[in-house]
Design a protein around this ligand. Structure first.
Ligand code: MF3
Ligand code: CO
Ligand code: CO
Length: 280
């Protein structure tokens, strides 16, 4: 990497990390991904989101990391678990909207989102899981959402812009008659949890002079599209965390933490167990 570019902050406020920093992000990302691998067998009908979160909290510690979410803006849990029409930030142990308590039921789809800190580096990733047997339309939503994330990641290389990522995500969702959530976005991360830029998953209206930032080697950020079967609008419940779709139709999300390399990107949160489930 060009010496003059080390440790720089771009005009958009995005930190350019150094070559050596990729190892720290890889190590943190791999712990988050390993926990997401391990949690799969726990996601069965009758399991509660409280017990899944307790497992995650224990593994975060056992693997020599700390939870980035416990204590974050008053949040008290090691994961977010978002069921069916919950878009994101579902609270483990809380009553699942539409259910009688926090017990998962056959046919539910859930997102589990884990962020750990290892040696000061943040690893943030989420995946979808099927509880028992999914409905065909739910399975399709989950597959399309995963494809949206991976198409977005394919655009990550120096010289492309953040709008290139957003465009392919939006196009794939719309081609499948699904919508892209606009109220939440991905984010820069590294030695902090949430940093510039906001990584949008839709292409915003742009005025002259408001171009999307250009991707540069050394940028670290998440891509975490939330895709809905119905309308994109969301609302946050009275607990101030749980975001649901206004029309109560299903929502899905996947998230990877990535770093821009000279020729493309490194995905820090790839599954160490090579778990290709549901079909990814
Ligand atoms: N991991 C989430 C993200 O992708 C943030 C969760 S913040 C919490 O950015 F407090 F809700 F856990
Ligand atoms: Co994130
Ligand atoms: Co996350």
């Amino acid at each position: 990497m060009d010496e003059t570019h080390r440790g720089r902050i771009t005009k958009d406020g995005i930190r350019i990390y150094e070559d050596a920093d990729f190892a720290g992000m890889h190590a943190a990302g791999q712990v988050a991904a390993q926990i997401l691998d391990e949690v799969g067998p726990l996601v069965v009908p009758g399991a509660t989101t409280a017990e899944i979160d307790a497992f995650i909290e224990r593994r975060v510690t056992e693997l020599g990391t700390t939870s980035a979410t416990i204590g974050y803006k008053g949040y008290k849990h090691a994961s977010c678990i978002s069921t069916n029409h919950v878009v994101c930030h579902g609270i483990p142990g809380a009553k699942i909207p539409g259910h009688k308590d926090d017990t998962l039921l056959d046919g539910d789809i859930i997102n589990i989102d884990v962020t750990v800190i290892k040696d000061g580096w943040f690893g943030d990733s989420s995946r979808m899981y099927f509880v028992g047997q999914p409905k065909k339309f739910a399975e399709r939503l989950v597959q399309v959402t995963h494809d949206c994330l991976m198409y977005g990641i394919e655009q990550v290389k120096p010289g492309n812009t953040f709008d290139d990522i957003a465009r392919v995500i939006q196009e794939h969702a719309h081609k499948n008659r699904m919508s892209v959530v606009r109220d939440f976005c991905g984010h820069g991360l590294g030695r902090v949890f949430h940093a510039p830029p906001n990584v949008l998953h839709y292409v915003p209206h742009r005025r002259p002079g408001d171009a999307a930032p250009v991707l540069e080697e050394g940028m670290f950020f998440t891509i975490e599209p939330m895709i809905n079967l119905g309308r994109p609008e969301t609302k946050v419940l009275g607990d101030d965390w749980t975001a649901i779709t206004k029309d109560k139709k299903l929502s899905a999300q996947f998230e990877h933490s990535i770093g821009v390399t000279a020729r493309g990107c490194e995905i820090f949160t790839l599954s160490p167990g090579n778990i290709y489930f549901p079909t990814y």
